[in-house]
Each structure stands twice: as structure tokens, then as C-alpha cells.
Ligand binder design. Structure first.
Ligand SMILES: Cc1cc2nc3c(=O)[nH]c(=O)nc-3n(C[C@H](O)[C@H](O)[C@H](O)COP(=O)(O)OP(=O)(O)OC[C@H]3O[C@@H](n4cnc5c(N)ncnc54)[C@H](O)[C@@H]3O)c2cc1C
Length: 364
């Protein structure tokens, strides 16, 4: 049986980014159930960085991730992962409240018409958040995995944890092909399956709930939309961004409770998205080019969970990344690595209170 210091369950952005931080100092294995890493939530995101998203605590992780995403160390990647486009939080009435410190300014109707040609008259104003950017998620995820492997980490795909038991300070993990691997610490970075993995390891679940979100790619009868800002409803019922010259990525901002699964879009959610879009701009819809869905998984308080379980000290939670797991990944991984290794946190996250994200908050 092969033996490791740390075994990470899940090769999405959460497992890959944490793995990249620790592989240099711990013999680390990622076990991924699918035939490639990134098949589930990580490969299905809307791919934007929006500092205000997820409330003030999440915003601290996003802010602390920004510089790494914009200009990573040369050894990590040749280019940054962000392309700035700005975001308009549009409203028919009240402007939204953004977390403190997030740069923004009010845009009145005249300017809104210039920024979003064809916007319908009922949208009176907006809050503009200039820092919003597209993230090259595939490149970021690949760079984390590259760094992980370069530092000595190993990845096993088609390897689903079936069960695990802790004995004499060592986890023995049974995989779907009947083989076993052993590790001193087990990291639960299983996304929508985080509670199932905990149960399979005899650890109390935390109530991590997967929620389905739908994305639709539309071909529209207007060109020149690729560079326009992301547009979201201040009340949270849709968002869309130009993806190509005449294509839009659109979401109805749905959050449908589900079991962990290979998520697929439901026709009704696609129809809802289109209905809401038609109430925002006069851009004629030519066709739906494709649609997809992914799972955003939330802890009961909607904050992510990083830290050792209260009931199993060698079981480390890295879960509940909701709709912000990509944009927070650099800082969250640095913070989680310091917790896991018992080391002083990287300066980029030194002033973030990691206790806010501890799994122990649910047992207090
Ligand atoms: C439609 C949509 C839009 C989004 N937009 C954004 C955005 O714009 N910006 C942003 O920052 N975030 C966004 N998100 C959120 C982001 O995608 C997630 O927070 C992030 O991908 C979660 O990463 P993860 O590694 O935890 O999960 P995943 O990528 O799902 O990885 C978990 C992995 O664990 C594996 N696994 C599960 N069980 C086992 C097991 N028993 N054994 C082995 N492996 C197992 C799975 O196969 C999976 O590959 C969006 C999400 C969705 C669905």
C-alpha cells in the first residue's frame, strides 16, 4: 500500500490549489473520481472575478487573491489570469450595498445607455464595479496542477474514495477499484460530495448543500458586445456577459437544491433565463448555442470551510466554496495550507482571521 503525508480527495480548483501550496513540503496525493480533474464545478463556472460577491468575509479572500490572479509569480505562469471588464449592478429602484472597501461608483441612466447599448428604459441606474474581470479558469486550474506535480505531488484519476478509516494515526483509504492508499491527513476537497465523503470517513457532515446553477450561451443579433461590462441584477435574478462578438453567457441566478450529481440544465431554467434577459436589453435572440449547469455548494452560513474537523483531527475540510471558489482560490489555498501545516500564514493572508472559516464554528 502506498503511503503519503496528505491525501486530498477532489482535484477541482480547491484540491489543486491547496495541493500546489503543500506538495513541496509534504508527500501529497490527489485522488479524483473522474477521468480528469476539473470535470465538475471548476469546469462549469461563469469565470469571473467580482470582489463584492459573497459578502464581506468572502470579499477578503477575493481581495487577497487579486494580485496573484493578475500577475502571478513567473515560475507559476507566464501571464496573469484576469481580463478586466467591470460590472454593472443594474437596478430599477435601489442601488445595492457592496462590502466595505470595494471600489465602485454610481452610473446614472444616460451613462448606462452608453455602456450597455439597447438597455431597456426601466433600468434607471447602476453601481459600476470597475475591478470585475474574467478569469481564465482552465489556465489557472492547469497552473495549480502543474505546480503541484512539479513540487512532487501525484494525481490519481478514476480514483473514487469509497470509504476511509483512521487507525494508529493513519488513514487507510479504499478506492473504487479495490486498492488502498494511506495518509496521515485526509483533505476533503470533494465539492458537492463533501458531506458524503465525510460520512464515508466516519466524520460528522457539516450540512454542505449543493445547489444547481444554469448557464446559457445565446447568439444575439447585435455585435460588439464582447468587451461590455458584466451586467447583473442588483436584486440577484440574472447576470450576463458578452463572451464573443455576438454571443452572451447568461444565468438566471438559480440556486436549485439537489443531490451531488453530474448536473445538467433544466429547460425551465433556460427559459427563465431568456425571459429575464429579454426584459433587460433589446438585443434579438437568434438561438441558444448551448447550455450547461454546475453545482455551487454552500455551508449553512454560506462561508467556506477550512480547517481540521472537531471530531477527527486528521481530517481537514476544504469545502463550501459556493459561487466564489475560483476567485478566492489563491488566498484560500495559502490560508488553508498554513492551517494544515501549522505554519505562519503567507503575508498575503496574514491579516485574515482563519477562525471565521473553521469547521469548529458549527460545533460551538
Ligand atoms: C454555473 C457556475 C458559475 C460559477 N461562476 C463562478 C465564478 O464566476 N467565479 C468563481 O469564483 N466561482 C464560480 N463558481 C463556483 C466555482 O466553480 C466553485 O466554487 C469551485 O469550482 C469549487 O471547486 P471545488 O474544487 O470545490 O469543486 P469541484 O470542481 O466540483 O471539484 C470537486 C472534485 O471532487 C471530486 N470527488 C467528489 N467525490 C469524490 C470521491 N469520493 N473521491 C474522489 N474524488 C471525488 C469530484 O469528481 C470533483 O472533481 C461557479 C459555479 C457554477 C456551478
Amino acid at each position: 500500500m502506498r503511503d503519503f503525508d496528505v491525501i486530498i480527495v477532489g482535484g477541482g480548483i480547491a484540491g489543486a490549489s491547496l495541493g500546489a501550496e503543500i506538495a513541496g513540503s509534504r508527500r501529497t496525493l490527489i485522488v479524483e473520481a473522474e477521468n480528469h480533474c476539473g470535470y465538475h464545478s471548476t469546469g462549469r463556472s461563469a469565470a469571473f472575478y467580482l470582489e463584492s460577491y459573497g459578502g464581506p468575509e468572502v470579499a477578503r479572500l477575493s481581495t487577497a487573491s487579486h494580485d496573484f490572479l493578475a500577475s502571478p509569480p513567473a515560475a507559476f505562469a507566464e501571464h496573469g489570469f484576469l481580463r478586466t471588464r467591470g460590472d454593472l449592478h443594474i437596478t430599477r429602484d435601489e442601488l445595492p450595498d457592496l462590502p466595505p472597501g470595494v471600489e465602485c461608483r454610481v452610473v446614472e441612466r444616460d451613462e448606462l445607455e452608453q455602456l450597455i447599448p439597447g438597455i431597456l428604459p426601466e433600468w434607471r441606474r447602476a453601481l459600476f464595479e470597475p475591478g470585475c474581470a474574467d478569469i481564465d479558469v482552465a489556465a489557472l486550474h492547469a497552473a495549480f496542477l502543474r505546480q503541484f506535480r512539479r513540487s512532487g505531488g501525484e494525481v490519481l484519476t478514476d480514483a473514487r474514495l469509497q470509504s476511509a478509516s483512521l487507525s494508529s494515526g493513519r488513514w487507510t483509504i479504499l478506492l473504487n477499484d479495490g486498492s488502498t492508499v494511506a495518509g496521515l491527513v485526509l483533505v476533503n476537497a470533494a465539492g458537492a460530495w463533501a458531506d458524503s465523503v465525510a460520512l464515508a470517513c466516519g466524520v460528522a457532515p457539516l450540512g454542505i448543500a449543493p445547489k444547481r446553477r444554469t448557464m446559457v450561451q445565446l447568439r444575439v443579433g447585435r455585435s460588439g458586445i464582447r468587451e461590455l461590462p458584466l451586467v447583473d441584477d442588483a436584486k440577484g435574478t440574472f447576470y450576463f456577459k458578452g463572451e464573443g462578438d455576438r454571443t452572451v453567457w447568461l444565468s438566471p441566478h438559480d440556486e436549485i437544491p439537489t443531490v451531488p450529481c453530474d448536473a445538467a440544465p433544466d429547460e425551465i431554467d433556460v427559459a427563465t433565463a431568456i425571459d429575464r434577459f429579454e426584459r433587460v436589453v433589446d438585443w434579438p435572440i437568434e438561438r441558444v448555442e448551448r447550455s450547461w449547469a454546475g453545482l455551487r455548494s454552500f455551508a449553512p452560513d454560506r462561508l467556506p470551510v477550512y480547517g481540521f474537523a472537531a471530531d477527527a483531527p486528521a481530517f481537514f475540510w476544504c469545502a463550501g466554496q459556493g459561487g466564489f471558489g475560483i476567485q478566492t482560490s489563491p488566498a484560500a489555498a495559502k490560508m488553508a495550507a498554513a492551517l494544515l501545516l501549522g505554519e505562519t500564514p503567507d503575508p498575503a493572508v496574514a491579516d485574515i482571521d482563519a477562525a471565521i472559516f473553521s469547521p469548529r464554528r458549527f460545533s460551538r
